[in-house]
Design a protein around this ligand. Structure first.
Ligand code: ADP
Ligand code: MG
Ligand code: ZN
Length: 610
């Protein structure tokens, strides 16, 4: 947007500069050439000159006589005068043998003059302008700035993206659907024979970083057909109608190159629901309308397949999703355990690792991580190995980088007083103990009180044994109790509470709220949806759908859920207070302890029995 505003400004400035320079050129330099411009004069001057024999050429027209006069110093000048009723004129002119009757002597001159003074400078400036634009757009790294209303879709042909389906781990359903599309483009006859119509469009949906763009690139790599790739935001233009023109141009190109694939990334930027009010975005709506028209317009048999990706499918215009347009939805979900392990392995191929790395352990520790985050973990591990002067990445690099992604880098030089350290240690052991003493809770994997750049002063990592798809009510309650365990320990030991529990409180509330409003797990409401999720793939914001009185009751219900869990946590810690002391001191001394160390201490008989 900003660029284009600047661009228009530049055009105006440039035009003004060019015009002024041309005028100056004409005023200063052209008089040199201007000797042969035509001067008006009267008939008697003509006769005079004729008598004196100065006229060299003459042209007689119906109402005008033009003639060329040569001065003593050899310079010539063209004059023009009206024609009088003078029957003797021709005979008189004939007497002077030097006079040439000419067809046109000044016309060619006029043309030349016009060329020199106007056309040449304009051509010169246009060339200069083009050179400027080219160098400018090169500097900006973009395409040609002159190309308003032209789609700047990149065209890939086979393997130019360098990605294939082998680069995409997990996402088997998505791959399967896309393989079919690629196959259709390779041999459409097979499908036409049986009378099947292939989808015109497929929409890749899923949270950020799950490999939607990567999948499309893989399709480009696999398909032996041209692949147009463009991002939705590239259609958004300053001028109304430009976006629509780009869509038209894109589809025109695609039609010429069929069979081919068109990929529109982040399609929600243009495909948002059109709303009834007039304050709507005209430009975007026109672009969307054009897209709808184009999708209907082309022949399904011809083999243009349109892929699009978005992480906000709920915001798309329903017209875009109806059969015949993006009727096929290809989900790219967050990877499950097996998927995470596979993604880690795919990316680990690019780096040098020690043998027998346990990727499964890393995958288990990264529940909920997207493909992009996993790729980042691998890279972070490689960076750590280099930092530590090693040639190969080992298991501990990977484990540490998981924590870096979760909690940020270690703040080695953070100064924390002994007293605060003690509180933090008890807080973390509080979490861990409550987790360990409940059967519906995931095992403790690691406890640390080394502060992190994210602001966490310590944390307790729990890792499930396997993949979990459901959460039972008991697990949810156990989770809340575990989250309150930190605060409970502070209360029990130091008889105070600290701000360190803010994140725990946030998480506990979130779970409790979901239990009441979405999972029907509370005692006072039945299976009623009190909240709906508004954007599933981006943080899962919810909106309340109930009366204010009910909202009030929900809050009470949440409070009582958390309260009960908190009480439970306190009672667990009270029962195990000697272990709490022992473990907290062990942690204070070691700063980081593993799940095994933790369980060893927890399970061993008290050394001194009273
Ligand atoms: P988005 O879904 O937001 O478009 P991208 O396709 O841009 O996500 O993914 C970003 C990066 O994450 C990819 O370049 C790739 O390195 C990694 N990635 C994501 N999903 C996968 C996957 N399934 N397999 C391998 N790498 C993946
Ligand atoms: Mg993307
Ligand atoms: Zn805590």
């Amino acid at each position: 947007m900003k660029n284009e505003k600047n661009f228009v400004k530049q055009i105006i400035i440039f035009t003004i500069i060019s015009l002024v320079s041309i005028l100056v050129l004409n005023a200063v330099i052209m008089p040199q050439f201007g000797k042969r411009s035509v001067k008006d004069t009267n008939y008697s001057f003509f006769l005079n000159q004729l008598d004196e024999g100065n006229i060299t050429q003459v042209k007689i027209e119906d109402s005008e006589i033009r003639f060329e006069v040569e001065n003593e110093d050899g310079k010539t000048q063209i004059y023009s005068t009206g024609r009088m009723d003078d029957p003797d004129l021709v005979t008189r002119l004939h007497k002077d043998k030097d006079i040439i009757f000419t067809e046109s002597f000044e016309e060619s001159n006029l043309l030349l003059e016009f060329l020199v003074s106007w056309v040449l400078p304009i051509i010169f400036f246009i060339i200069l302008w083009n050179v400027l634009i080219k160098s400018m757009s090169k500097r900006m790294g973009g395409g040609n700035a002159m190309q308003f209303g032209k789609s700047n879709a990149k065209i890939y042909v086979k393997a130019q993206t360098g990605k294939t389906f082998a680069d995409v781990a997990g996402q088997d359903e998505a791959k399967e659907a896309l393989v079919e599309i690629v196959d259709f483009l390779h041999n459409p006859g097979k499908y036409a024979e049986i009378g099947a119509n292939l989808p015109k469009g497929a929409l890749l949906v899923g949270p950020p970083g799950t490999g939607k763009t990567l999948l499309a690139q893989a399709v480009a790599g696999e398909a032996e057909v041209p692949f147009f790739s463009i991002s939705g935001s590239e259609f958004v233009e300053m001028f109304v109608g430009m976006g629509a023109a780009k869509v038209r141009d894109l589809f025109k190109q695609a039609n010429e190159k069929a069979p081919c694939i068109v990929f529109i990334d982040e399609v929600d930027t243009i495909g948002k629901k059109r709303d009834g009010n007039f304050s709507g975005n005209d430009e975007r709506e026109q672009t969307l309308n054009q897209l709808l028209t184009e999708m209907d317009g082309f022949d399904g048999q011809k083999g243009v397949v349109i892929l699009a990706a978005t992480n906000r499918p709920e915001s798309l215009d329903p017209a875009l999703l109806r059969p015949g347009r993006f009727d096929r939805r290809i989900p790219a979900e967050l990877p499950d355990l097996a998927g995470r392990e596979a993604i880690l392995k795919v990316h680990a191929k690019k780096i040098k690792t020690e043998e027998n790395i346990d990727f499964n352990a890393i995958a288990r520790a990264t529940a909920g991580a997207s493909g992009a985050e996993l790729a980042n973990i691998i890279n972070e591990a490689a960076l750590r190995a280099v930092r530590n002067g090693r040639k190969l990445v080992n298991q501990s690099d990977l484990e540490e980088s998981v924590e870096v992604i979760i909690a940020g880098y270690q703040r080695k030089n953070a100064v924390i007083s002994q007293k605060e350290k003690e509180i933090i240690a008890y807080h973390e052991i509080g979490h861990a103990l409550v987790a360990a003493k409940q059967k519906d809770s995931a095992p403790v994997h690691k406890i640390t009180i080394i502060p992190r750049t994210s602001g966490a002063l310590g944390y307790t990592m729990q890792v499930d044994e396997g993949e979990k798809f459901l959460m039972t009510k008991e697990e949810a309650l156990a989770r809340i109790a575990t989250l309150t365990g930190g605060r409970s320990a502070e209360e029990l030991i130091f008889n105070t509470c600290t701000s360190g529990a803010s994140n725990d409180i946030e998480q506990a509330t979130k779970i409790a709220r979901a239990m009441v409003t979405r999972y029907g797990m509370s005692s006072s409401f039945d299976m009623i949806a009190l909240e709906t999720v508004t954007n599933q793939y981006l943080g899962g914001d919810t909106s309340l759908a109930c009366s204010p009185e009910t909202a009030h009751k929900i809050d009470d219900e949440i409070n009582s859920l958390v309260k009960k869990s908190h009480e439970k946590a306190v009672s667990i810690l009270t029962e195990n207070i000697s272990k709490l002391h022992e473990l907290a001191h062990f942690l204070l001394e070691k700063e980081t302890i593993t799940g095994e160390e933790f369980m060893d201490i927890l399970n061993k008989e008290p050394a001194i029995s009273m």
